[in-house]
Design a protein around this ligand. Structure first.
Ligand code: FE2
Length: 386
């Protein structure tokens, strides 16, 4: 089914519509219990296999601030943060994501989270204050898509370091911006996240209505999380914001100077989706971290939904630079509430990489053109890298 007749093509090449033009053939039921009122993505807990190596990457190279640490875990925050942490690095046997954590508006929202997920038949556990350092009572769930989510309200406040210019570096990471999750059935994930109160801001579709990825928000930015089509559940990346583009360039320069340019996977560049300036890094375990800046305000109730054509070669990179195959194929495992890796389900819809990269794929720069110039067509074709 095509949705293009509900959309208007803009002079920038993407389409706009008023409601998220995504329908799902096999929806997760919407609970009768109201959803918890989610404020924002708050922190991620990463299991890492070499805590010292990860500390060096996130603290010495990227400059995140240590709120607390011990032999097992490091609690890190960004410059503007006043809650205890935005990232936990925990030593463990298998590199994975232990939890995607969201802050809710009030303590009552924890009860709402319990009722909401219990009605869906999900595994739901209350965790008392102190289970995670700096975090009060919380609720942990294995959501219907297989992801470990946490909801909390109470948290220990720490000093906001915005005014501590004496501590800042040229690549200062100022906020946690978003998560990105890999899931096989994007429309099903979108429909579920909408029932949880998220709103779609942008998506990537083909003209048959196949959805390759969608961006969804609670806070008034482009997203708190995105759903990327692929074998899942997996974690695609966690993103931190800088104030300016030049901060991202400074991170690249620093990595080069440290002879660590191999940590750079993709970019720097300008996204089509979100309009943000970006850089993708891989940490010592291969967890992907995005550095991100300058997306746009989305808080009005009639914020237009943007749809990109999957064949538009400027959707992922506004300058038309190729997306490396590893960015499409690799992602981190996620854990269940017992700490065991969740099994993966394969994507059955078309893969974005297959329809857009290499000899079999097709992308264009201008609508109506035949495709990319010959010299661009083989770029990053699988097995063809120099
Ligand atoms: Fe991102």
């Amino acid at each position: 089914m095509t949705h293009r007749d509900q959309m208007t093509r803009t002079s920038s090449g993407y389409f706009v519509s008023q409601e998220a033009p995504i329908t799902c053939a096999d929806p997760i039921p919407t609970p009768t219990a109201p959803a918890p009122d989610i404020l924002r993505c708050a922190y991620m807990e990463l299991v890492v296999t070499d805590l010292a190596a990860s500390r060096e990457f996130y603290v010495d190279v990227l400059g995140l601030y240590v709120t607390e640490e011990d032999d097992e875990a490091i609690y890190l925050r960004s410059t503007e943060e006043f809650i205890h942490h935005n990232l936990i690095l925990r030593q463990g046997p298998v590199a994975a994501v232990a939890v995607f954590s969201y802050r809710v508006r009030s303590a009552d929202d924890l009860d709402r989270a319990v009722a909401f997920y219990t009605e869906l038949g999900c595994r739901v556990e209350r965790r008392p204050e102190g289970f995670v350092r700096g975090i009060g009572d919380s609720v942990r769930v294995e959501d219907p898509l297989g992801f470990p989510y946490e909801f909390f309200f109470q948290t220990e406040h720490v000093e906001r370091l915005s005014w501590r210019y004496d501590l800042h570096t040229p690549g200062e990471l100022v906020r946690l911006d978003h998560f990105n999750q890999v899931t096989p059935d994007v429309p099903r994930a979108v429909q579920f996240m909408q029932s949880l109160g998220f709103r779609v801001t942008e998506d990537i579709q083909d003209d048959a209505g196949t959805v390759y990825a969608a961006w969804m928000r609670r806070k008034p930015t482009v997203h708190d999380t995105a759903m990327t089509g692929g074998d899942g559940p997996r974690m695609h990346h966690v993103a931190f914001a800088t104030h300016e583009k030049h901060n991202i360039l400074a991170i690249c320069d620093k990595l080069g100077a440290l002879r660590r340019s191999d940590a750079i996977e993709r970019g720097p560049g300008r996204h089509g989706v979100s309009n943000a300036f970006y850089l993708y890094l891989r940490d010592p375990d291969g967890h992907r971290v995005e550095i991100y800046t300058q997306d746009y305000y989305t808080g009005d109730p009639d914020n237009p939904v943007i749809t990109w054509d999957v064949h538009d070669n400027q959707r992922r990179d506004w300058w038309g630079n190729p997306v490396v195959p590893s960015w499409y194929t690799e992602a981190s495992l996620v854990l269940d509430l017992d700490g065991k890796p969740q099994p993966l389900r394969a994507r059955t819809d078309d893969s974005e990489m297959a329809v857009t990269i290499g000899a079999d794929g097709f992308s264009y720069t201008r609508p109506g053109d035949d495709g990319l110039p010959e010299y661009k067509q083989g770029e990053y074709k699988l097995g063809n890298q120099l």
